[in-house]
Every structure is written in C-alpha cells, then in structure tokens.
Design a protein around this ligand. Structure first.
Ligand code: FAD
Length: 505
C-alpha cells in the first residue's frame, strides 16, 4: 500500500483507474458535475475490451427503448433478471434498474452521445424476455469529430493486433464509437485529465480512508490525490495466467479476447491489499473462439451451419446457444473441440471478431480441409468412426428438422442469425473442414465486492471510505449468468455512475 503522509504529485477530486465503458461513464459523470477528474489508463490507448466490443448496452426501460417502441420496461426486466439470478443480489438489481433511465438521460443530454436500439435477443427463455432484445448501441462516430483524439481510442481487434490504427476513411463504430463519444464528452467538460501510459499500482490509505493512488508512469511513480474518491474500473484479471490459475477460471490467458496484457487484475490486487473483499473469482463472460493463424482466438457467434464435436468426435451441446452458455458447455467437456462444416455452409459464423476468412484459415493450416470425413478425422486426430456417426445422426436431424439430442433450432435465439434458413443444415458436401474451437472469454466477472452504490466492501461487509469499483474489477451482480447482450457494459456504466453520485453526496 502507498505510504501515507508523503506529498502528492497532483490533486484531483476523482481518480478513475481504467478507461473502459464504465470508467469513462463514471469519469464523465464526475467531470460534468464540476469535479476535477483523472482517467488513468495503463496502455497507450483508451477503451480496453470495451473498445473491441460490439457495444450493445443492456440498460432496460430507458428512453431509447421507448423511442424504438419495443414495449420494454423496468418491470419486465426485473421479472427476467429475477427469474435468472434470483434475489441474492436484489439490492444491486433494483439499483441497476432504477439507474438505467437516469443514466441514459444523462448521457444523451450530452451533444456527443446518441444511442439507437439494435435487435439482439435476450439469452434465456424466461419471463420478461424480449425476443428482439432490449439493448442499444451508440451511433457511429465520424473520425473527424474526434480529430487528434481518434489516435487515443483503441482500434478494432484485427487492426490492433496487427499494430495498425483506425481506418482513415471509416467512422468509428461499436465499442470505438462508445469510447470515442465518451472521450469527446469528457474533454468538452474541461475537467477531465486523461492520462494514458499510467498504471495504478497501489492505493494510498490514510486513517482507514482511501485518499489517492500511486501510478506508474514513464517518468516514474506518481502520487495522485483523490479528494472525493477512487473509482477502480480497470477490467478483470483475464490476462493473468497466474490469477486465473489461482482462482480456477476455465480457459486461458492466451485465449481471452481482452487486449494483450491489459487486464491483469492490478486494481483488484491493490484493493485487496487495502482490505477489500472479493467474490465470484472463478467466473468469466465466456465464449467460444475459433483459433486464427496468429494463434489468438476470434470470438464467434451465430453459427449458420456445421456442428461442434469434442475430442471423442461427438456433439455435446446445442451449437447455437448464446456464447456464454456455449462457453460453459466447452468448459465442462473434453477437448480438443472442432467446428465441422462442409462446402454448403462454409461454416462461417454470422459474427466473428476479428473477421475470419476460410481461404486464409485453410492456407495457414489453422483450419483443416479434406475430401472426406475419414480424411478429416485422420488430419485432426478425431476418431473416424465416431465423427462419421455423429455427422450422419446430425444429418438425419437436419432432414427431419428436429435436433433430438440438443434441441438446436427450438429457441428463437437459435434462428436469429440464420437469415431465415433452418438452424440445422446437413453436412454432406465435400470438401469438409474442421476449425479448432477454444474456450475464450470477454473478461473475468469476479472481483471486488461492492454495495449497490459501487462502494468497495471490506471483509466485514463495511464500505471502505473513498474506494469504489465497477465493471469487471467488481463481482458482477449477475453471478454466473449472462442474461442478455450488453449486460457487461450496461452494468459497468450503471454502477460507475452510481459510484460517482455516491462520491458527490
Ligand atoms: P475494459 O473495457 O477492458 O477496460 C479496462 C481498462 O483498464 C483497459 O483499458 C486496461 O488497459 C486498463 N487497466 C488495466 N489495469 C490498469 C491499471 N493498473 N491502471 C490503469 N488502467 C488499467 N459487452 C457488452 O456489454 N456488449 C457487447 O456488445 C459486447 N461485445 C463484445 C465483443 C467483443 C469482441 C468482446 C471482446 C467483448 C464484448 N463485450 C461486450 C464484453 C465487454 O466488452 C467487456 O466485458 C467489458 O467491456 C469490460 O469492461 P471493463 O471496463 O471492466 O474492462
């Protein structure tokens, strides 16, 4: 812990660690309310995984859903969350529901921020579900509006992994638009100091209260005073192999979709050293990933053909399940896993981030191509008899239009990405392909225990004065459930916003 009583290098009202959606929404709430606010970002660009994301935002019952006329309400969202999560985190649920409309009003009052509804079904068949979903996205942001600030926003996954910046000719979309818009809004307040290349390493605690942080910079450590509070919104620990191993998070640091090396649990570690308690540490927002030529995963969703087998050559799940549920099936099964597809379907999922191309995957040897299932089995090491029997059985289901084993196609979500075609498409036109699937994630979701105002709790359940957390730095109120598209970002923003309201009281 940082030594108390030493001189400060700089003073702020609010110090925010991290620059994902929660961090930036919290920073905007603070800075627009007249509080001098620092945003500390460890890497050289802002946005973390939030910038990579599709930026679907699950904040129910707001003016955005009202504009879209979809009939969403806090009541139906309450019924839905309650059915999935129970009442163990009811106080957080109620705080989330109460804050959603207020937060969206606040954000859209800013000229830099505008949202629109985007259909994307909720993930579970439960009371209160909206078949076309209730999440929304930011409007694309022309790069000219950001000017020089554009270079501060983390580029899309493929360009970022290749060390390239934003395309000069295209607007920033999805997560980049969200971070860019929040950055514009923070900058316009005149109260925000956005410091990249600045990593929180420690908290300063004086008389039991968190009064500031120690941050590592290129010029050495800096002590930064936070008169009202410190908001920790610096992601989870998905990129730390050691912490994943310690807490038993399935998957691997090398297979997370988070930006390389960004989220290593620094803020959680610093808060634990200051007496914070933690929860849900073995949990993540899981997803299947296809391996790409550089060895990294591409987040996939919305299969339009093919089937997935485990190491025994058998199916083990409805392949069209929402990605977190499919990830949990992968965690429970024995790999290696392969998506098996043929010439008819081309096997490509509706969405893959970064985009994948069949020709490139085959040319690089990442995906295997063969003229028969037996040859495909020989090249992947899968048992040929089992693989052939699995595909024949699946083709029988496709002919009947009924998946008797895993019920693929029975839930409206299964058909959302198929473009009006059936969920079950026979796999019988050579060449056949096998694409290795790994258990990936969009970030861990366990971390610091907080109260419904984002205040970090100690081991006795008491708030630690001056310390707040949101996003994947905190233990999610959703537990091991991923209710619908946009919950990670929606809840990160809501609890960051509440944390700042609490600091202002
Ligand atoms: P991040 O957004 O990762 O931000 C954490 C930041 O903190 C990083 O920039 C990191 O560098 C920084 N940091 C780490 N340590 C320190 C330190 N010591 N000091 C200072 N800074 C530090 N979720 C949705 O809700 N909707 C979607 O549509 C959606 N789509 C997705 C699509 C993809 C392809 C991916 C990969 C994820 C998607 N997700 C989506 C998941 C979601 O993006 C993340 O779970 C969420 O954004 C995490 O937010 P966060 O603020 O906790 O972390």
């Amino acid at each position: 812990m940082g030594n108390a009583g030493e001189p400060w290098d700089d003073g702020y009202d609010v110090v925010v660690a991290g620059s994902g959606a929660g961090a930036m929404a919290g920073a905007l709430a603070a800075a627009s309310g007249g509080l001098r606010t620092a945003v500390l970002e460890k890497t050289r660009v802002l946005g973390g995984t939030s910038a990579y994301s599709g930026s679907a935002i699950w904040l129910p019952g707001t003016r955005v859903q009202e504009r879209a006329g979809i009939g969403d309400s806090a009541e139906s969202a309450r019924a839905y969350l309650r059915a999935l999560i129970g009442d163990g985190t009811a106080a957080h649920r109620e705080a989330f529901l109460e804050t959603a409309p207020e937060l969206v009003d606040f954000l859209e009052r800013d000229p830099a921020i505008e949202f629109e509804f985007q259909p994307f079904p909720d993930y579970f068949d439960a009371p209160g579900r909206m078949d076309m979903g209730r999440s929304f996205v930011p409007l694309p942001l022309p790069a000219e509006r950001l000017g020089d600030l554009a270079g501060l926003v983390r580029p899309p996954v493929d360009r970022d992994r290749a060390g390239r910046g934003h395309s000069a000719s295209r607007p920033l979309v999805q997560g980049r638009a969200l971070i860019g818009r929040l950055l514009l809004a923070i900058t316009a307040t005149g109260n925000g100091d956005v410091r990249t290349g600045t990593a929180l390493t420690d908290l300063v605690v004086e008389d039991g209260e968190v009064t500031g942080v120690i941050a590592a910079t290129a010029d050495g450590p800096r002590r930064l005073r936070a008169r009202r509070g410190v908001l920790l919104a610096a992601g989870g620990f998905e990129s730390s192999a050691a912490l994943r191993g310690e807490h038993g998070v399935p998957g691997a640091a090398a297979w997370t979709m988070a930006p390389d090396g960004a989220n290593t649990g620094d803020a959680i570690t610093a808060a634990v050293a200051a007496g914070a308690s933690t929860g849900l540490l073995d949990q993540a927002w899981f997803c299947p990933g296809v391996r790409t030529p550089d060895g990294l995963p591409a987040f996939t969703l919305g299969l339009r053909g093919g089937l997935i087998v485990d190491g025994s050559g058998r199916r083990f799940a409805n392949e069209s399940l929402p990605y977190d549920q499919m990830g949990r099936r992968l965690a429970a099964a024995e790999g290696p896993f392969y998506l098996i597809f043929d010439a008819r379907s081309k096997g490509l999922p509706a969405i893959s981030v970064p985009p994948v191309a069949l020709d490139e995957q085959v040319a690089s040897g990442t995906w295997v191509e063969a003229g028969s299932l037996a040859a495909l089995a020989a090249r992947t090491g899968l048992p040929a008899d089992a693989l052939t029997a699995t595909v024949e059985r699946f083709n029988g289901f496709a002919a009947k239009g009924a998946d008797e084993d895993f019920h693929r196609g029975e839930d409206p979500y299964d058909l959302f990405f198929t473009g009006g075609k059936p969920a079950l498409v026979p796999v019988d036109e050579p060449p056949y392909h096998a694409a290795e699937i790994v258990l990936s994630d969009l970030g861990t979701k366990g971390g610091l225990r907080t109260d419904p105002d984002g205040r970090v709790l100690d081991g006795a359940g008491r708030p630690i004065p001056g310390l707040y957390a949101a996003g994947n730095t905190s233990a999610s109120f959703t537990g091991p459930v991923y209710p619908g598209p946009g919950i990670p970002i929606g809840s990160a923003m809501a609890f960051a916003y509440r944390a700042v309201q609490s600091m202002r009281e």
